[in-house]
Design a protein around this ligand. Structure first.
Ligand SMILES: *Cc1c(COP(=O)(O)O)cnc(C)c1O
Length: 388
């Protein structure tokens, strides 16, 4: 257990976390001095936004890095979700998961669409294809699944349902940066996939997001929609929005990409540390996604089972007394929030698995720089709760 593998945490950049607060995440930043030449270029060119040179370069670099054909950068993931739904002319009912960040369903309400919640698979914590099929009505126009925590959805089953019922598929891939399966990037599934580059995500541009699309025509439509609907200087063809990413955010993205590999390795090392130790604590279940070789380790969810000494919420509070700030992602479910609770599909009877997981889940701190000391403090705090 204390093997001296050179990629282990103790050999990586460790942080002095002995008695400091440990949060669920901490944004990754490139070295500040490396940003200065980028700022200099921006000042010299005076191109601040509107698909400038850094914006174009980041789109190209991300296509190469992710293994996708077309990407459109956005100012954030939520505007990208809203624009994706507009680009595909979705209306009526959209089948989605209640087990996600609220932005997934907010994007539907904002567009005047009705979210229809379908239950999740308790292992992947992603929308259950059987529940999707059961939720289809004549008003259904699309499915909006989430690759929750970066776990790949049942993409083949979802594709089959979409083809059979002529539905569009918009993947909320906000957690899934860089995730691949045996066929390549998982961002290539569905009609479009939406990424978030928010500060808390695996790859951040402070604020930012993107839509991955699969044809030049769709990329052009999305690029027009995020730029007020302008087709040319004098022609506006869509009721567009301003979803553009600025040159500063794009420059930060280019820099982040350069330094991403070691940051991902540090996440992986934290996950490995947890994966080895947490299963030895009775009543704590490590979820399957954490053990997957394909994981991007964007989150580290555990389940606090009924035979653990403390309830999930009591453990969450206990960790706070140890200055460890875990998060109950995703509790409460979106279907239990004020704007959604009266939707017919929001009843607990319709969503038993999602309720069960939301009751037990706890996301533990994971980020580059947490270090072995930090991960050890988290494990020891959970172990001490189980033995008091
Ligand atoms: C972060 C997140 C979003 C929203 O992205 P922003 O860039 O913060 O607007 C949407 N969906 C999910 C699942 C997220 O985690």
């Amino acid at each position: 257990m204390n093997s001296r593998d050179p990629t282990r945490l103790s050999q990586l950049r460790a942080e002095p976390v002995a008695d400091q607060n440990i949060y669920v995440t901490r944004p990754h930043l490139p070295p500040l001095e490396e940003l200065l030449p980028y700022l200099q270029s921006i000042w010299e060119r005076r191109i601040l936004t509107n698909a400038g040179p850094f914006h174009q370069e980041l789109e190209q670099r991300l296509c190469e890095y992710l293994g996708v054909e077309h990407i459109s950068l956005f100012n954030n993931g939520t505007i990208a979700l809203i624009t994706a739904l507009q680009a595909l002319h979705i209306e009526g009912e959209v089948i989605t998961t209640p087990y996600s960040f609220v932005a997934t369903s907010n994007a539907l309400l904002w567009n005047g669409m009705t979210p229809v919640f379908a239950d999740i698979d308790p292992v992947t914590m992603n929308i259950d294809p059987a529940a999707i099929e059961a939720a289809i009505t004549e008003r259904t126009s699309a499915i909006m699944p989430v690759h929750c925590y970066g776990n790949v959805c049942d993409v083949d089953a979802i594709e089959a349902i979409a083809q059979k019922h002529k539905l569009k598929v918009i993947y909320d891939a906000a957690h899934a940066f860089g995730v691949r399966d045996e066929r390549g990037s998982i961002l290539n599934y569905g009609d479009v996939s939406v990424l978030s580059f928010h500060a808390t995500k695996v790859f951040n541009t402070f604020e930012g997001g993107a839509i991955v699309s699969h044809t030049p025509e769709m990329k052009l439509l999305i690029d027009n929609l995020k730029n007020f609907g302008f087709l040319s200087e004098t022609s506006v063809v869509e009721a567009g929005i301003n979803g553009k990413m600025s040159e500063i955010n794009a420059a930060i993205g280019l820099l982040q990409l350069k330094h991403l590999a070691p940051a991902l390795e540090e996440r992986r090392a934290v996950a490995r540390y947890y994966n080895e130790r947490l299963p030895q604590i009775g009543g704590i279940s490590v979820t399957a996604g954490n053990l997957s070789p394909a994981a991007n380790h964007s989150y580290y969810p555990i389940l606090v089972e009924d035979d653990f000494k403390l309830s999930r919420d009591a453990l969450y509070e206990h960790l706070k007394t140890c200055k460890i700030f875990s998060r109950r992602y995703f509790y409460p479910l979106i279907s239990d929030l004020k704007k959604f609770v009266d939707i017919p599909s929001s009843t607990p009877e319709n969503l038993p698995q999602a309720h069960e997981i939301a009751r037990k889940v706890l996301c533990l701190p994971i980020y580059p720089g947490l270090g072995e000391q930090g991960a050890q403090r988290v494990v020891e705090a959970i172990a001490s709760a189980s033995s008091t």
